[in-house]
Ligand binder design. Sequence first.
Ligand code: ADP
Length: 455
Amino acid sequence: MGRVLERQKANEVTPSRQHAEAETAALHAEAASIKAEEASAAKSEFLATMSHEIRTPLNAVLGMAGILMDSELADEQRMQARTIKVAGESLLDILNDVLDYSKIEAGRLELEVVDFEIPGLVDTVKTVWDSQMSGKGIDFSVNLAPDVCPVIKGDPTRLRQIVFNLVGNALKFTEAGSITVNIAQNILPDGWLELQVEILDTGIGIPSDKLDSLFEKFTQADGSTTRKYGGTGLGLAISQQLISLMGGEIGVESTVGAGSRFYFTVKCEEGDRSNVASMDEDASGNSASNLEMDQKLKILVAEDNAVNQLVIRTMLEKAGHEIEVVENGALAVEAVQAASYDLVLMDVNMPEMDGITATKHIRELDGPVSEIPIVALTANALTGDRERMLAAGMSDYVSKPIEPAHLAAAMGRQCDLDVELESVVDTNDTGPQELTEDQLKAFDDLSDSLDELLN
Ligand code: ADP
């Protein structure tokens, strides 16, 4: 009897018990939210590490393929080297998509706000896609309504990324007919400009029951088309997120067998032509800066990865610069005191002493050496990395895989040199590239270490 009473008592809901239960629930919710935050932080950390680990060897693959294509090759070998380069570049695109998506999810993607020209965007879209469209026999046109404000404020790189993704999809899923890009503008009641972009294709179309979920990550309209067309299913999800960060919306209309119409809006303000920065490279990579400058530089490279050392050394020596390579930050601090250099290219992640610590040490040295320009070379791509490096005293930053044009621009900025912009020379015109003794030795060392690894 007593026990029954006790049990009844235990089941009674008294105000204090209600309060305790609410408190426990709140504690559980807090613990769950902390756990979720920790998991999200761990995911971002993991992706940053993965990005580094994947970009480092990819840097070597792309760099070496570029160097290989600059050498004298038979047609078949040139085609093989080109395949390596193109495949490496698409791997880099996928990696960038994964990183973009995780940056957006973690709320770490920041949009740029600069003045840029819409006709410039139109030219870029035409230049990059024209030859691929005509190669597939597709009529391609890009139309800009005459009343569109020529200069607007916004993020030109991200806007281009969205348009490229939609045009790329249109091309991927269209076998014949036409692809049209129309750009128009609307003035909203609150005075903002609304840019309206549509991409029309005459491709395979999308079944109506798939349209709703199309903008979710990893979604493809038809699992079986995945094998035929490839892709990660991230492009539209990223585009949608970027568009909503830009205050706009994306939508689609489609008829199976007839084609699709993707359309989006972004909110922006009118820009000022006098603030438009000159582009030092077009998006297609069709024009590149030459690493050859009006002055030969003596450059210290601090980089621990043997293949990357070789890629950077070859790029720079080919352009006539004098290169010294060390493999960690501590050796870099010693080297700048032992000899005089015009510039240091500093990898960020290195054993013994990392690039950031080494830079801090160099900035604390006595005399003019403390002011030597230091350009960070980094495979990390998360927002905030640039600020972290500049705060440590680095003068500039070039991300890996290294684009010669970006490296040349940073070198020009830091050493006050004029950097000439020129179109990529026809690689068939460049003569054979003799390897220097150092490069041959580095190749030998590399194959020795590979042998060791494999045996
Ligand atoms: P993916 O990298 O797979 O192309 P997206 O997110 O860009 O990823 O596209 C998701 C899916 O939407 C595609 O796999 C395809 O099924 C469908 N899709 C996108 N654009 C088109 C288009 N223009 N025509 C037909 N289907 C399309």
